[in-house]
Design a binder for this molecule. Structure first.
Ligand SMILES: [Zn+2]
Length: 95
C-alpha cells in the first residue's frame, strides 16, 4: 500500500527548486484574512538570512537586510515560488 505523500506533484506550484536550505521550513497555510483564505506557502526568513533589500508589497517600504520577515506565495497560482514576495511580518499578519 503506497504511503500517502502530501507533496505529490498534483499542484505544479508546489514543486520547489532544490536550492538547499532556503526551503527548509516552508509551510503551507491559509493566508491572513486579507487574502480571502487563499492557500499560501510561507517561509520565515530569519534576521541572519535577510541579506538584501526587498520592497514589501503591502506598505511599499523597504525591508532592510538583517530584518526578519516573511516570504509567501500563492500555492495555487501555478507559478509557484516564482510568485514569492517578501513582507514585513506585521504587514503579512495585519488585517
Ligand atoms: Zn510592510
Amino acid at each position: 500500500m503506497p504511503r500517502k505523500n502530501r507533496r505529490a506533484p498534483r499542484t505544479p506550484g508546489y514543486i520547489l527548486p532544490r536550492d538547499g536550505s532556503t526551503f527548509i521550513g516552508t509551510q503551507e497555510m491559509e493566508g491572513p484574512s486579507w487574502t480571502h483564505g487563499e492557500m499560501y506557502c510561507v517561509r520565515q526568513i530569519g534576521a541572519a538570512a535577510a541579506v538584501k533589500f526587498y520592497v514589501c508589497p503591502r506598505c511599499n517600504q523597504n525591508i532592510s537586510p538583517g530584518v526578519a520577515h516573511v516570504v509567501a506565495w500563492p500555492r495555487d497560482s501555478g507559478r509557484g515560488v516564482d510568485d514569492r514576495r517578501h513582507w514585513h511580518r506585521h504587514c503579512w499578519e495585519r488585517r
